[in-house]
Design a protein around this ligand. Structure first.
Ligand code: ADP
Length: 166
């Protein structure tokens, strides 16, 4: 047993989980000893899938894969740094896509540091094929019955098909 287990929290809305999220998760799992996927509660009005649906999809998709370390799933609300403290985790993982992510992620990382200077954010870059992939784009294309096979695991494709009645 390692003395200082390196844990990380990978937070997000996961509305829904995509291969881009999974790409980052796989990379994080190769770097850390444990990764906690922290699914943000947010109001159900602003998400396509409810919290329970988002959690169920993440659970299903994660259970079908092998990762470099144990991966746990938790829900959180309120300040992320408070959740991190309650889990005694000092590292946050975020994915960095094209330049468009940069300003928002930079602001958020610095604001989180302002709230909790002992908690560090690290950024991981996905495979190029997922650099322009986002859950919001997926929701839009799914609504219009577009082809998303390259971007979404089968349970998510099915959930979207049902949601939009295609
Ligand atoms: P949030 O509302 O917190 O941005 P998301 O579920 O949209 O939640 O994203 C969670 C994290 O996953 C963010 O760090 C985001 O940059 C990252 N992410 C989402 N899609 C991708 C992708 N295609 N490639 C790399 N990172 C991604």
């Amino acid at each position: 047993m390692k003395k200082n287990k390196r844990s990380a929290i990978y937070p997000g809305t996961f509305d829904p989980i995509t291969y881009g999220h999974i790409d980052i998760l796989e990379r994080a799992a190769d770097v850390f000893d444990e990764v906690i996927i922290a699914i943000s509660k947010q109001s159900s009005k602003s998400t396509l899938f409810t919290l329970d649906e988002r959690v169920a999809l993440v659970e299903k998709v994660i259970s079908q894969k092998k990762f470099g370390c144990p991966v746990r799933i938790k829900m959180f609300s309120g300040l992320l740094v408070n959740f991190a403290r309650s889990e005694r985790v000092k590292t946050l993982v975020r994915g960095l896509r094209a330049i468009s992510d940069f300003e928002y992620e930079f602001q958020m990382a610095l604001m989180n540091r302002h709230q909790a200077s002992d908690i560090e954010t690290v950024f991981l870059m996905p495979d190029e094929k997922y650099v322009y992939l986002s859950s919001s784009m997926v929701r839009e294309v799914a609504r219009l019955n577009g082809n998303l096979k390259a971007f979404l695991p089968p349970p998510v494709l099915e959930a979207l098909r049902q949601r939009f009645g295609h």
